[in-house]
Design a protein around this ligand. Structure first.
Ligand code: HEC
Ligand code: HEC
Ligand code: HEC
Ligand code: HEC
Length: 351
């Protein structure tokens, strides 16, 4: 008996020592984000942090002095940027080329010899992207604050941003029969951190407006009771994996593990994320979705849907895109309230 006691305490000691050694592992830094004892800790590995920092440097900005007449008095086919003066306008075009198509430059969007032509689909897409960027910077300050975004936030020098998504058909399996639909489970997908959670929570939550919940909102018999099924809960966890991965953070960046649903004990970042979810739904619903017929079919996904934006499209593994570098302030044309043609939508934050 006595021997067993000793043996147990020795085991506990050894285990403790191992755990402490684990905590002091020099290749990981831990940062407390909540009160002690709440388990709200973030772990960072210096080697991945260094790679991430290198990937998030911004290109040098050529700030163009204002000057010259309004661009619309000189050019023929301006639907958005007409009020810029010539000097700013030319600077903005140079930046488009640098951010989106540095290899090809102006001809990526323009027919050579006829800059006014809209014959290339890329120019038509770029004009809508411009309106989308303005909408983000002017009307989604609840998410992007004064930091804002530019084309570079998503594009990073490539015509097709590295982190877009499509509806995911999942692995080919025989559906129906005795086993029935697996609802996308047990097929570890990168989008959900290689867990066995449903592999496509994005269609449900970031394109459509599914309820992101694991708990029903009150007693079963209450008048407006909204039942939350196990399927909803699993999809919610899958989305949470995707969000965490997109920002390179743990659940505790936003939640207190005591109660994930309780807003009172969540971090302020969770409210920012809530706004982000609504913003992304609007970007997909009002911009990327309607652009689908403009894109050529080779830009479509395996199920024939068009490209879409997720958290990772801007964040790319950083808690703030480009670690919060305030790039947009140097390009007032990207924040200007929407001029000609674009109705300024007032976004109801109850969606
Ligand atoms: C990513 C796409 C893209 C790239 C790259 C690009 N442009 Fe443009 N350009 C546009 C769009 C979109 C418009 C229309 C803006 C509007 O409707 O207000 C435009 C309009 C113009 C116009 C006005 C033509 C007219 O008469 O209406 C000129 C001039 C121009 N661009 C020059 C350039 C030059 C020079 C470059 C290279 C340094 C360049 N652009 C690179 C997308 C692009
Ligand atoms: C929130 C992220 C985001 C921002 C900001 C953004 N884009 Fe895009 N852009 C996308 C996505 C997603 C696509 C679809 C990718 C594809 O073409 O398959 C796209 C596609 C494009 C294309 C078509 C490329 C091709 O070859 O099919 C052009 C051109 C473009 N964007 C220009 C711009 C310009 C110019 C800006 C800034 C005014 C901008 N984008 C800002 C996400 C963004
Ligand atoms: C960047 C912030 C952020 C991170 C990281 C995050 N969440 Fe969330 N989580 C949210 C937001 C915002 C909501 C509410 C979404 C809504 O209502 O639209 C939410 C909702 C939830 C809910 C539903 C609560 C309810 O009301 O039923 C659960 C459970 C949850 N998260 C668990 C997790 C887990 C587990 C992780 C880690 C894998 C995680 N979250 C990571 C922001 C985050
Ligand atoms: C259009 C680009 C864009 C998209 C898409 C986007 N974000 Fe952000 N996000 C930003 C910018 C820019 C900031 C920095 C704002 C600031 O400086 O306070 C930010 C900040 C945040 C923060 C606050 C970080 C902190 O430490 O203060 C959270 C949390 C966040 N985003 C979550 C999300 C989630 C979750 C999604 C997807 C549902 C998302 N974001 C999609 C651009 C974006």
């Amino acid at each position: 008996m006595r021997f067993l006691d000793r043996w147990q305490s020795w085991c506990a000691l050894a285990l403790g020592a191992l755990l402490i050694a684990g905590c002091n592992n020099p290749s990981t830094n831990s940062v407390q984000r909540g009160y002690r004892g709440t388990g709200m800790v973030e772990l960072y590995s210096p080697s991945t942090s260094a790679a991430l920092a290198a990937a998030n440097t911004i290109p040098p900005v050529a700030v163009v002095p204002a000057g010259g007449p309004a661009a619309k008095t000189v050019f023929k086919n301006l639907q958005v940027l007409g009020d810029l003066d010539i000097s700013q306008f030319t600077g903005q075009m140079g930046a488009f080329a640098q951010w989106v198509a540095p290899q090809v430059g102006c001809p990526y969007c323009h027919v050579e010899g006829d800059l006014a032509s809209d014959a290339k689909y890329t120019k038509v897409v770029a004009r809508r992207m411009l309106q989308m960027t303005r909408q983000i910077n002017a009307n989604w300050k609840t998410h992007v604050a004064a930091t804002g975004v530019t084309c570079y936030t998503c594009h990073r020098g490539q015509p097709v941003p590295a982190n877009i998504w499509f509806q995911d058909p999942g692995p080919k399996t025989a559906r129906g029969g005795m086993i029935g639909s697996r609802d996308g489970q047990n097929s570890p997908a990168i989008a959900v951190g290689l867990t066995s959670l449903p592999y496509d929570p994005l269609t449900k939550f970031l394109d459509r407006r599914g309820e992101i919940r694991v708990m029903s909102n009150g007693p079963l018999m209450a008048p407006n009771h909204q039942a939350v099924t196990i399927k909803d809960a699993e999809a919610t966890y899958a989305l949470m994996m995707n969000i965490s991965q997109s920002l390179g953070v743990n659940c505790t960046y936003c939640h207190n593990t005591q109660n994930f649903a309780d807003w009172k004990i969540s971090t302020p970042q969770r409210a920012t994320a809530w706004q982000g979810i609504r913003m992304v739904r609007e970007l997909n619903g009002s911009y990327l979705g309607p652009l689908k017929p403009v894109f050529p079919p080779q830009r479509y996904g395996p199920l024939g849907d068009g490209p879409k934006v997720g958290c990772v499209t801007c964040h790319q593994g950083a808690f703030k895109p480009l670690f919060g570098a305030p790039m947009a302030k140097d390009f007032p044309a990207l924040t200007a309230s929407n001029a000609a043609g674009e109705p300024v939508t007032t976004v109801a934050l109850t969606q």
